[in-house]
Design a protein around this ligand. Structure first.
Ligand code: ADP
Ligand code: ADP
Length: 227
């Protein structure tokens, strides 16, 4: 079943130094339950595509259809609701709030909902259990290792039970053991039915995914050039 349909999306940025065509007529269909790697050199358009897929960055032309919803045709408020309901983000630079405990950090996406506080705490604790941090939920981020902080960020991304997780270079700053633990966790979540789209530079990460696509100069898919 098709979950995400990218239909002929082009994205241009206009800046002081002229116009950059970051994505050129990109089309892509992603099925529910895929764990997709988005590969490509620096500056090729990966982050742009990820932010467009996540409902954060409107394309210049083309359409994004998720679960039969024409995402960028939504009114701004509906678009925000859509993001809350459908997507979770794991971005490297997505810092945890240092003065909130792991549990409180994970509760953040729930605070804007009308759920009672007690239910919010229970939901946050449940996902912390799932990522293996049951007994560390009351620690502050600086009392956790890098890998553990990463898992808190993942717990926060999944606490709303989104259908899709977007991860931008999630293993980029991790040592190989911690990176492997993160990929194992993603794989387990994927097997539970979560669709995951991960930007990565690292060929080794491809062993974990169900499919990979390649982007170069804003063009998706052609086989990487031998050189
Ligand atoms: P990647 O994630 O593969 O490194 P990006 O999507 O970040 O690639 O960038 C693709 C191209 O678009 C690059 O040439 C980059 O400089 C340009 N670009 C990205 N974001 C912006 C922006 N906000 N304003 C202007 N140019 C941008
Ligand atoms: P990992 O194997 O996940 O990288 P570390 O070897 O860095 O973990 O840490 C081992 C244990 O020590 C972790 O379970 C973590 O809870 C604890 N720990 C790591 N850094 C800190 C810290 N700054 N303050 C308190 N506990 C820490």
């Amino acid at each position: 079943m098709s979950l995400i349909n990218v239909c002929e999306i082009t994205k241009t940025y206009k800046g002081g130094d002229g116009v950059t065509e970051a994505l050129k007529n990109v089309s892509l269909e992603i099925l529910k339950g895929e764990f997709l790697a988005l590969m490509g050199p620096s500056g090729s358009g990966k982050s742009t595509l990820l932010s467009i897929l996540g409902g954060l960055n409107p394309p210049t032309s083309g359409k994004l259809i998720i679960d039969d919803i024409d995402v960028y045709a939504l009114e701004p408020e509906r678009l925000a609701d859509f993001r809350h309901e459908y997507v979770g983000f794991v971005f490297q630079q997505y810092q945890l709030i240092p003065y909130l405990t792991a549990l409180e950090n994970v509760m953040l996406p729930l605070v804007i909902t009308s759920r009672p506080g007690r239910e919010q705490r229970e939901m946050a604790q449940t996902v912390l259990d799932k990522v293996g941090l049951s007994n560390k939920s009351h620690r502050l981020p600086n009392q956790l290792s890098g890998g553990e902080q990463n898992r808190v960020a993942i717990a926060r991304a999944i606490v709303n039970r989104p259908s899709i997780i977007f991860a931008d270079e999630p293993t980029g700053s991790l040592d190989s053991k911690t990176a492997e633990e993160l990929l194992e966790l993603f794989q387990a979540l994927n097997r539970d039915g979560l669709t995951i789209i991960m930007v990565t530079h690292n060929q080794e990460n491809l062993a974990w995914v169900t499919r990979s696509v390649y982007i170069r100069d804003g063009v998706l898919n052609p086989i990487p050039q031998e050189s």
